[in-house]
Design a binder for this molecule. Structure first.
Ligand code: UD1
Ligand code: UDP
Length: 367
């Protein structure tokens, strides 16, 4: 059989986590020759994930530079992609999410007339400034893609409103839940010593629109919560972006019940989510995973492209707002019934079979 060449692209940590189930499922398909392109927009954090899922890139652009600017990252990627796409002659290219890698690959494929499948299509806030630059990235990728793998019905509706043809959209669920269940099934070891008697608050933060004063507000709120709750431990794996890392260490570095650490490998991070009482985060992926694990999330943003968990009452938006973060976190620490109302274990983003659905669409098209 003449195999079809499928090029799966990963650039950052969340892309690798969410693309891994698709890559692994494609590798079982007789009709597909699977190739993996790492732009390595992230270096260490991408490598961490690829190792967990035992995926070796066929091509690695090693593009990351310290504190990279969006324009130079985009320009350098576009140039490198020209050569890759020319050489690969792929029948389809798969991208995931809304990073600079995704937008740039979609554009380069358009120029090379290669069809693109967009995994996690149709997420929208409707505000180009929030999240920045991700809303623009996914709008552009969505305009250029041939296949739209929408995680939920509401993401499908967003695409229909933008004029995307219904027959090109398939609701698949989010592959992040596939990755989560694959990982939960393994032996999970957090690898960090915690007091078993004390509750754990897990924190992550990295959004560009929060850089500067909003991020300092977040740190002030965490500081206040840690002071008021000496019997609670706070674990914060700090994102390596210097705009986050330097401020987090400056403002929270020497605090007895706040433990700052390097980004955790995916399996230990899942262990940390499972061990946590409450999660405070601006991460997209964490907003999807934590509800499935029954953990309440306070989201450090004013808007979200993931409204489903908010509507179900298991995720709450608190913004990068000092008063709201302190008030809502304290309520969940003090008020058991408020806590139980949010810690319900619902999974609006997937059932763990999303990659199978994506592969089925491609099989039916190519075979
Ligand atoms: C990127 C994505 C964002 C995604 C996030 C996930 C864009 C514009 N942003 O944000 O949508 O939510 O990844 O984490 O695509 N760095 C390292 N090592 C790493 C990774 C990053 O040192 O493994 C540092 C580097 O200094 C790098 C900087 O972080 O220049 C920023 O990386 P970049 O990918 O541009 O943006 P993120 O903030 O990570
Ligand atoms: N994650 C991880 N280690 C960490 C923090 C997060 O493996 O120290 C995982 C998390 O479980 C989720 C993904 O990384 O699947 C989210 O990535 P990130 O928050 O960087 O990006 P976003 O989802 O906001 O695009």
């Amino acid at each position: 059989m003449n195999k079809k060449k499928v090029l799966s692209v990963v650039g950052t940590r969340p892309e690798a986590i969410k693309m891994a189930p698709v890559i692994l499922a494609l590798k079982n398909e007789q009709w597909a020759e699977v190739r993996v392109l790492a732009t390595a927009q992230h270096r260490q954090m991408l490598d961490q994930v690829l190792e967990v899922f035992d995926i070796e890139p066929d091509i690695d652009l090693d593009i990351m530079r310290p504190n990279q600017a969006l324009t130079t990252l985009t320009a350098r990627l576009l140039l490198d992609l020209d050569d890759v796409l020319q050489a690969e002659k792929s029948d389809i290219v798969l991208v995931q999410g809304d990073t600079t890698t995704v937008m740039t690959v979609a554009l380069a494929c358009f120029y090379h007339r290669i069809p693109v499948g967009h995994v996690e299509a149709g997420l929208r806030t409707g505000n180009m400034q929030n999240p920045f630059p991700e809303e623009a990235n996914r709008v552009i990728a969505g305009r250029l893609a041939r296949w739209h793998f929408a995680p939920t019905e509401s993401s499908r509706q967003n695409l229909l409103h933008e004029g995307i043809a219904d027959e090109n959209i398939v609701v698949t669920g989010n592959t992040v839940i596939d990755a989560l269940w694959m990982t939960v099934a393994k032996d999970l070891d957090l690898g960090i010593e915690l007091d078993p008697e004390k509750r754990l608050v897990l924190i992550t933060s990295h959004r560009r629109e929060n850089f500067g004063e909003p991020f300092r507000n977040i740190c002030r709120a965490l500081h206040t919560l840690a002071t008021r709750n000496p019997d609670v431990q706070f674990l914060y794996p700090v994102h390596p972006n210097p705009n986050v890392k330097d401020v987090a260490h400056e403002m929270l570095g020497d605090y007895q019940n706040i433990h700052l650490c390097e980004p955790l490998d995916y399996a230990p991070f899942v262990a940390a989510m499972k061990r946590s009482y409450l999660i405070i985060s601006d991460s997209g992926g964490v907003q999807e995973e934590a509800p499935a694990l029954g953990k309440p999330v306070l989201v450090l943003r004013d808007e979200t492209e993931r409204p489903e968990a908010v509507e179900q009452g298991v995720v709450k938006l608190v913004g990068p707002n000092y008063d709201r973060i302190v008030e809502e976190a304290q309520r969940l620490l003090d008020d058991e019934s408020a806590y139980r109302a949010m810690a319900r274990g619902v999974s609006p983003y997937g059932d763990g079979h999303s990659a199978e659905r994506i592969v089925k669409v491609l099989r039916e098209h190519f075979v």
